[in-house]
Design a protein around this ligand. Structure first.
Ligand code: F1P
Length: 346
């Protein structure tokens, strides 16, 4: 996807990124509701999709754990689209959820990485992420590839629906095309992130907080840390902190904030102040040159600015690196974490 986007993504060629889905775009633009079904990291990608589709295309979205959806009697109405998201394309819960949605008459679409996988074969249409084989069990590049595809579909649907104008459409596409270069810049922070990781190697707990479209990024940051380092970590919407998790904050609690300069920025800043007032140690993902937050927190990781709807593609990378370094420093096998399987087929 990086190769496709690098320099080749413009208003004329954007549709080629959408695989078989391009034929369903007009219908998707008329969807009454989109239901994402997925598990684990792919479910977090679905949550990012909720913000993208609701904000850009003004379509009602629900994001369901496939492992729950399949055992309920979910209400599917005419005009509903059910979209499965799965790296392996073989996750048994996601496959069963999709089969149920199909029986109930939904149009079913898929976003899968593995070409010809069971989920891909069941769908009416879909997009392959072509993120290459995921060597490790925990999804990393699959996540960013899924979010990339979701952003592309949401942008194209919004254009077809007329909820964004030509100017915004072109602006979003040029922001997408700039992502690979911005990611390369973030990867240069690897040594700095490793240094931060050394100070948190023996932490027993972590909290990850974000708002808006970066709330799912916080969830994914926490999941990655759990999966590969076995540190207990919770992700929350930052606004939920005062409804419970704030009781956990003290000098032993590292708190990771996604504090990029978007529409929730001011509110995130006040959440950071609340944590600092309780002596929590804060690591913040901020935008370049944001001295306000930088001076407030213990560690700042500076990433390039972007369109708010595209920030998850950038903000998730330092969190993946943080988890990776902490896990390696703890002597964990990051490719084969205990108790986890690449394809959960039972
Ligand atoms: C879903 C998933 C992964 C997780 C682990 C177990 O897989 O929960 O997100 O990292 O590998 O399975 P998939 O449906 O995206 O293949």
């Amino acid at each position: 996807i990086g190769d496709c986007m690098r320099g080749r993504l413009n208003a004329e060629t954007a549709h080629i990124q959408l695989g078989g889905l391009i034929n369903h775009l007009e219908k998707l633009a008329k969807a009454k509701r989109i239901v994402f079904v997925a598990c684990g990291t792919s479910w977090h990608a679905g949550l990012v999709g909720e913000y993208l589709f609701e904000e850009l295309a003004r379509i009602n979205v629900e994001v369901e754990y496939a492992s729950e959806f399949r055992y309920r009697n979910p209400i599917i109405k005419e005009g509903d689209f059910v979209i499965a998201i799965s790296q392996s394309g073989e996750t048994a819960d996601t496959l069963a959820a999709l089969e149920l949605a199909k029986q109930k008459g939904a149009t079913i679409l898929g976003i899968c990485n593995v070409v010809g996988s069971s989920i891909a074969r069941l769908t009416d249409a879909g997009v392959y992420t072509h993120a290459g084989p995921e060597i490790g069990v925990a999804s990393t590049k699959a996540f960013t590839a899924q979010v990339t595809v979701l952003a592309m579909i949401a942008i194209a649907t919004a254009k077809a629906k007329g909820t964004i104008d030509e100017g915004e459409y072109r602006r979003l596409l040029s922001e997408m095309a700039a992502v690979p270069q911005k990611v390369e810049e973030i990867l240069k922070l690897d040594a700095d992130i490793k240094d931060i990781s050394k100070l948190f190697t023996f932490a027993s707990n972590f909290i990850f907080l974000g708002r808006g479209i970066n709330f799912p990024v916080a969830l994914e940051g926490a999941l990655k840390l759990k999966e590969i380092s076995y540190i207990h970590a919770e992700g929350y919407p930052a606004a939920e902190m005062k409804h419970g998790p704030i009781a956990l904050i003290d000098e032993d609690m590292p708190v990771v904030f996604i504090a990029t300069k978007d529409s929730s920025y001011e509110k995130v800043v006040s959440n950071i102040q609340e944590v600092k007032a309780r002596k929590g140690r804060v690591i913040a993902i901020i935008n370049h040159g944001d001295t306000e937050v930088k001076n407030m927190v213990d560690f700042a990781i500076e990433i390039p600015t972007s369109h708010e709807m595209i920030t998850p593609l950038l903000a998730s990378i330092p969190l993946q690196l943080l988890s990776y370094h902490i896990a390696v420093l703890r002597g964990r096998n990051v490719d084969q974490p205990r108790n986890l399987a690449k394809s959960v087929t039972v």
